[in-house]
Each structure stands twice: as structure tokens, then as C-alpha cells.
Design a protein around this ligand. Sequence first.
Ligand code: ATP
Length: 504
Amino acid sequence: MANNEDLFKQIIAHAKEYGFIFPSSEIYDGLSAVYDYGQNGVELKNNIKQYWWKAMVQYHENIVGLDSCIFMHPTIWKASGHVDAFNDPLIDNKDSKKRYRADVLIEDHIQKIEDKINKEVEKARKRFENFDEKMFRETNGRVLQYQKQIDDIKERFATMMNANDLAGLKSLIEELGIVCPVSGTRNWTDVRQFNLMFATKLGSVSDGADTIYLRPETAQGIFVNFLNIYKTGRMKLPFGIAQIGKAFRNEIVARQFIFRMREFEQMEMQFFVKPGEELKWFDYWKQTRLQWHTDLGIAPENYRFHDHEKLAHYANAATDIEFKFPFGFKELEGIHSRTNFDLSQHEQYSGKKLRYFDPESNENYIPYVIETSIGVDRMFLAVFSNAYTEETLEDGSLRTVLRLPAKLAPYKAAILPLVKKDGLPEIGQEIFDKLKKEFMVQYEDKDAIGRRYRRQDAIGTPFCITIDNQTKEDNTVTVRERDSMQQYRLPIDSLVDEISKKIR
Ligand code: ATP
């Protein structure tokens, strides 16, 4: 059984070998933290986006879509606070010359103490039945000590982050004895702030050219279109605006494949509500978004909420949905109650009123906002890594299978004539032409059938349809299911209905 690091490497290799994800500009040795999606990757990615869009826009009568531009007026980023405060604290190790995020070094240290607690709990569970984590935390001295350490670090860390206390962060790293994973030394530079936005010039490169930014989030495009959509869509509170689009961040450390990229895609929705009702809606979106994830059939224990203890000054509630990636639980999606901060800022900076007229109370006010924000690429990694399975079959052979949720799989079915003669390819082509109008299907007639099955397993195709000599007699085909490898015969005429039913 591979350890988690090896498993993650295998997943990355698999993504490349089977046409899901390639390093960008690979023939020029790649570009750090930028990736391209190949022929299978683009299908999976599009299916994720469609699954989100349907759940958010199609299934909610009060949520509409938007496609705003990547380039926006530079003042937007001043108003939103990104010019002054969209920073990460960076620190370098003088020996390895490697650069780190100071906050991530501390968070990883906290995680290591958490791991120690989990180990203690596991040990106790082996000894006593029905011994749960809560009981253990209450009774074991060692665990209490670890917990106290964690609470203490967390409290000091949050205070430093809020106060922008860079010297404090460096002292904390030194005090905790955190070493560089590469050099193993504690020879750190001072902590500096680093703005994550990419800047470029609009217009010809002349004196008058304006500095503009590649958007670091899609949300601001929604806020600055609030009035347009409210008026032209005759929207009534509560209502939402959803958008999928590219975002860019000059991340300091981007080493975890598509988990942290410099160019990535977000699916964001801002839900505008009456002031005072935001916490009710925050809870609604917390549950609704978690449900969206678990509806895919991925085991619920892979998800957990991480409520923010210290909130940004404009937020009155915030949580992350964390997912158990191969490298541990990490943020997959953020849900934030952002009060009326963004619209108020844009009102102030633009001089335009961004208010809602409430026909019931006859008042004008700036709505409050609940945001749900998830990275498409992070979602891709969650689904992909969860689906990746290696199993030993009864005959001792090894099978690699992507157990993707059927509705997200790049291809829903593969059409495979058993042999490339006796009229079987022609029947296969006919079935392909019929099925392709309903969903993505693949036709393949090269190699032995077993090898073709394995190739389809490796890209996550839920159904293989095999045409053999019996097909010529009774118009039935063999359907092989990816996960169970079970096989049964079905009439050709029922394929569309049966497969559609199973995918749904
Ligand atoms: P992190 O703490 O991991 O840097 P964040 O809190 O900065 O994330 P948000 O600004 O809340 O993230 O962005 C919303 C979502 O966008 C995240 O939950 C994540 O799914 C995605 N995301 C953010 N940054 C990146 C990135 N560099 N690469 C890929 N996805 C990202």
C-alpha cells in the first residue's frame, strides 16, 4: 500500500498518462504552478462546471448567471481592499533558498500536533471499545497538553495575522522550532508581505498607460454588476448572481499540483439578502453546499467544516468546507457572510448608489451578502484523487480504476466490437452514432478486449458496451460496469434509457 506521498505522485502521473492534466508549456520545461487540461481532463472539468451551474442557477429560480471580464477598472481593487491587503507573509530559508508562506509553516506545525492527538486516540481505540475522541480528549493528560499547545499557538497566530505583526510571526516560527523541510535548518529571513495580484498595462506601453490587474477572484465582477442585474432582471431579495471564470494569483508557494495554481478557475455565487437575515442564509448555504458535494456519492467522512475563529473585519461568519486530499484535510470551498462591505466600498469609490428598494418596508438599503466560492481545479483534484483506486483482482492482476461519479466521467460509455471483423465494427459504429447524440461516448476497436476494458477503467468510463456474434442474432450487447465489473446483456434499443437512468 502506497503512503500518501507516493499515492499523490501516482495520481499526478496518472493524470498525465491518461490525458487529464499536463504541465503547461511542457516542451519548454513547464511553467511553475500552471497546468493544461488534456482531452479527458477538459471533459471532467466541464462536467464539474455544469454540475455546479445546474445546482446553483438552473435549480434556483432566484439565482442568475454572469460572465464578467478578467480585466476591470483598477479602482475596483482599491475599493475591495486587494491593492492594500491581498498579501501573504513570505519567508525564505537562507540555506535552501526555498520560499515559504509563514502562515502555512505555522499551520502545518499545528497540523503535526493534531496528528499526534489522532495517533493517541487511535491507540486508545484499539485498546478500549467504544472509546471516542471526545472521551479521550477529556481524560488523557498528554492529549490535554497537546490541545493546550494548539490553542495557545492558534490564539497568538490569529492575533499576529490580524495585526499584520510580521516580526511576531518570525519569532513564533523560531520559538516553535520550525525547520525548512529541504535544508532542515532554522536559518530564516525576516517575514515580508507579498501582494498576490498580477499587474499589467492597459493600452500601448506609453506614459499614459494604466496599470490594471488580472482579477484574483471573480466575485468583484459580480458586485460591480449588482445594479445592472438587479434592475434588468427585476430581481427581488433574496437573490443570487453566479459566475464561473478564471482568476490569477501570484502564489508564493505553489507545490501541490492543481491544488494551488497561479492561473485557476473559480465558481462563485454572491447571494444578496435583507440585512439581519444573513446568518439564516449563511446556515442555509453551508448545508446546501455540503449536500452538493455529498450528492456525488463521495463518502461524507471526507468532508468537514472548518469555522473561522478570527473573522476578517467585514465578515460576521465564515467557514471552509475542507476535503481529505491525499496530503490531508484542506480547504476546498469557502462560505462567507460578507455583510454589506463590498457594495458599500464600491458605492463609496464609484459615487454610484448601490441600493435595493424594498417594496415591503419602503426603504432603500445596501443588501448583505453570503458568498460561496469554490475552485474548479481544487474540485477536480478532490474528485480525481478520491476516484483513483488500485485493486488486486481475483486472478492476482492489478487494476487501476477511476471510480468517478458517473455524471462527471469524461465518457459515459465505450463501444467495443469484440473483434475487428464479421460486421461487428459496423454495428459498433451504428450504436456510437445513436448514443453520441445523448452523451459523450468513445468507439474503440484496437487491441484485445481486456486491454480496452482496462483503458476505459483508467479514464473512469462507467459502462463498456461489447458487440459480439450474438449481437447479430438478437440485437443485444454485453454491458460491463466499471466498478463491479459485472456483465449483463441488454437490447441495443434500451441502451440510451438504461445508461441515462444509471447516470442520473
Ligand atoms: P487558501 O487559503 O487555500 O489560499 P483562500 O482562502 O485564499 O485559499 P479564497 O480566496 O477563499 O481561497 O478562494 C475561494 C476558493 O478558490 C478556494 O476555496 C479554492 O477552492 C480556490 N482557490 C483559491 N486559490 C487558489 C489557487 N491558487 N489555486 C487553485 N484554487 C484556488
